[in-house]
Design a binder for this molecule. Structure first.
Ligand SMILES: [Zn+2]
Ligand SMILES: [Zn+2]
Length: 171
């Protein structure tokens, strides 16, 4: 599932005085499960305040099975205004950060890339397919939650266990 394009026409907002705001409720689409975005007019452009729920596709840290985790993704980001709404002329450059998010030439605030970046940060470090996941057998790789494999319980030095496994697999 992909994050859909999430973008807002901001020409009206950019004509408003600083402090004016617009709220947008987002419907579920693709990996986006819904949420709310508020756009606030500020001197530099617009402040985007997003509070979303996104389905993240991850791998179980123990058994590598695919895991879908719905995570809250919330952020505030400034989108700089680079073009005048009335004339379309390029605004004089301040000491602007070239890496900063910017409102497009046709006055669209596209937050898709920001959402993608914050999704990466929101992913849990150790996602699990279930709390009881027992992971993979370190010797044969079998999924231990699916049933016991034939391996001996690991004991002692794991290097000897690996050697023993090698010897067993020889004809
Ligand atoms: Zn698992
Ligand atoms: Zn095993």
């Amino acid at each position: 599932m992909e994050i859909p394009v999430i973008a807002f026409h901001a020409a009206q907002l950019l004509r408003d005085a600083p402090g004016a705001s617009r709220g947008h409720e987002l419907a579920a689409a693709g990996a986006l499960r819904g949420g709310r975005v508020e756009l606030v007019r500020i001197g530099a452009g617009a402040l985007v305040r997003a509070s979303l729920e996104v389905a993240l596709e991850l791998e179980c840290a123990r058994c590598l099975a695919p895991v879908t985790a719905v995570a809250p993704v919330a952020f505030d980001e400034i989108y700089e205004q680079r073009y005048d709404v009335g004339s379309g002329a390029r605004l004089p450059e301040e000491e602007g950060d070239p890496e900063a998010f910017a409102i497009s030439r046709d006055h669209v605030i596209d937050i898709t890339e920001a959402v993608r970046q914050y999704c990466e940060a929101a992913a849990p470090m150790q996602p699990l397919c279930s709390d009881g996941c027992r992971g993979l057998c370190p010797q044969c790789g079998a999924e231990r939650s699916a049933g016991e494999c034939a391996c001996e319980p690991a004991s002692g030095d794991p290097r000897w266990a690996a050697l023993a496994a090698l010897e067993r697999s020889e004809p």
